[in-house]
Design a protein around this ligand. Sequence first.
Ligand SMILES: NC(=O)c1ccc[n+]([C@@H]2O[C@H](COP(=O)([O-])OP(=O)(O)OC[C@H]3O[C@@H](n4cnc5c(N)ncnc54)[C@H](O)[C@@H]3O)[C@@H](O)[C@H]2O)c1
Length: 256
Amino acid sequence: MILKDKVCVVVGAASLRGIGFAVADLFASQGAKVIAVDVAMDEDVAATIKHTIDEKNQMNSVLIGRKCDISSSLDCAGLFDEVVREFGKVDALVNCAGIVQSLSILSIEEPDFDRMININLKGAFNLSKESLRIMKTQGYGSIINVASVAAQRGGGLVGGAHYAASKGGVISLTKTIAREFGVHGIRANTVCPSMTETGMIDGMSADKYKEIVASIPLQRAGRAVDIAGACMFLASDYSSYITGSTVDVNGGSHIH
Ligand SMILES: NC(=O)c1ccc[n+]([C@@H]2O[C@H](COP(=O)([O-])OP(=O)(O)OC[C@H]3O[C@@H](n4cnc5c(N)ncnc54)[C@H](O)[C@@H]3O)[C@@H](O)[C@H]2O)c1
């Protein structure tokens, strides 16, 4: 049990097809106590997530759901206050929440840009800041922010410039946290997925999907569990000397 009794806040976990759910599933299976967070979280969704994970792993996980809009600093502060009240500590934050929009630069209007930055970048900042408040007092903690290959290659396969820029900001933010908070025993790393089979790529045509897969050295799209594996390693003590890194989980599609 790689994460036994670690208290892990997994954000963006409401969709059973999403990366956040795969993280919650893998973490719970490895003994973590999971707080599954999402703007779309409610009692029914949380119950479905726990039931699905427990059935699959033949276990009775410690897993609760919490609703939080990460673009709200108040929501994020309340979330971490509650986690500490209920669990006494925070070992890891995995931020998989995000939105994507496929628009060329000339079509991106100010509300599109603001919404993208508010959720993807300010949301990562809000969550990181509120978890750091707790982790600094503890003297330990691991922050994992999920960005995207779009930030590294200049635009996504589905995301526009505002998406790529928001994820570039997430990488910079995470590196800065690593530099500033290493002295407090806190690690911070980014995971960069490429095309991953979740609801986020539902709008893609079959031809486009095939064309992209053909160009990937490992000859397949990513699966949510591929990304979850990297997150598990970074949340665990097996990565105790890794901080400020950007971990590519892209099947070799962007080797740099
Ligand atoms: N799927 C891909 O191809 C791919 C590729 C690269 C990066 N990513 C990144 O991986 C992460 C997970 O994406 P996914 O593919 O699982 O998609 P997803 O849509 O299943 O998951 C994103 C989750 O974020 C939640 N969310 C949106 N706005 C929120 C808010 N304001 N507050 C709280 N939660 C909010 C959504 O409700 C959703 O459950 C995202 O950051 C995405 O940008 C995905």
